[in-house]
Design a protein around this ligand. Sequence first.
Ligand code: ATR
Length: 273
Amino acid sequence: PSQFAVFGHPIAHSLSPRIHQGFAQQFGITLEYRTIDATPGDFADAVRAFFIAGGTGANVTLPHKGAASSLADERSEAATRAGTANVLTRLPDGRLVAHNTDGAGLVRDLTERHRVDLRGHDALLLGAGGAARAVAWSLLDAGVQTLTIVNRTPETADALADAIGEPARVHTRYWDDLANLGSYDLIVNATSAGVLGGGLKLPMSLVGARALCYDLAYGAAAIDFVAWAKAGGARYAWDGLGMLVEQAAEAFALWHGRHPDTEPVYQSLRAEG
Ligand code: ATR
């Protein structure tokens, strides 16, 4: 069977093997999909060893997404924009291609699963690191009207806005000013505060009457943000489990040429969480 793996550190609790096996079953595909724990120092060598040993494709998660983009020989447009990659594929001549399916995964979760039309939304993006860069262009392509980027370190938000280069639609504001910004229709938490356990202090005034609040993280890491959004009266408050499944489906389609039905896999993971 063809071989796949997800690289991370830590990686033991990754849902990716189950997700990809669930997709593969839909098509009667037999594949190997394992987790590989690599420290940042070992990551590049571990990836090369995996592909030299016959690996077909890899997923990459924290903290290796930047390194995955850097080590590849070619990058998709999404990976180039984000500067990070969550998928690596191997060309017949052995060169590696970096892809980033996180942004497409988020938009698919919002528009296909949750049936939200993002056009005309005023969106607030919290954070400007790798996760934020991976979704910023996708939100704009999906039709959000304005995107306000706020980051604890303002220079990083400015750098992302400059990279996008649409000054009429994309603005930055200061984190310390969050209480004075008014409200938004879409609030995306792309900070790693929940993952790191360093609680975010967000003013309720950000949550507009029809607000959709979305944390790119899922499970325990998203609990605080989702609770804040609900307390603020958000119309919807979701964690990133759907995005996780959708980014995996986009990777599966790159590798196998077919797009799986994500709903049964999503429902079974949701039922456990
Ligand atoms: P990821 O790949 O998860 O995006 P990252 O590139 O390290 O990880 O980015 C982490 C993001 O979370 C950054 O925007 C970071 O803000 P800084 O640029 O100021 O470091 C943000 N972040 C992490 N902890 C935070 C906290 N407690 N409050 C606010 N922002 C936080």
